[in-house]
Write a protein of this length. Structure first.
Length: 72
C-alpha cells in the first residue's frame, strides 16, 4: 500500500479574475449600455442587436423611430 499524502489541486487558479472584474477593468461589451437603476435600486441596462449577434451594423435602421429589438 502506497502512502500518498498529496493534496488535491485548488479549483481557483491564482491570477484568474472574476467575470465582473472584466467589465470593470475593460469596460462594457459592445452593444450593452447602462440605463441607470431600477425601482429596487439595481443596475439596469439596454442591449442592441450587436450584443446578441456580435455583428456591427454599417447602416442606420430602416425606420429610425423603431425601438431596438435584439434577437431573442
Amino acid at each position: 500500500m502506497e502512502d500518498d499524502q498529496s493534496q488535491p489541486e485548488p479549483d481557483h487558479v491564482t491570477g484568474t479574475g472574476k467575470g465582473e472584474e472584466v467589465a470593470l477593468n475593460e469596460g462594457r461589451e459592445p452593444g450593452r449600455e447602462d440605463a441607470g437603476t431600477t425601482g429596487a435600486d439595481r443596475p439596469a441596462g439596454t442591449r442592441t442587436a450587436r450584443d446578441a449577434t456580435g455583428v456591427a451594423k454599417d447602416t442606420d435602421p430602416i425606420d429610425p423611430d423603431s425601438p431596438p429589438m435584439p434577437p431573442a
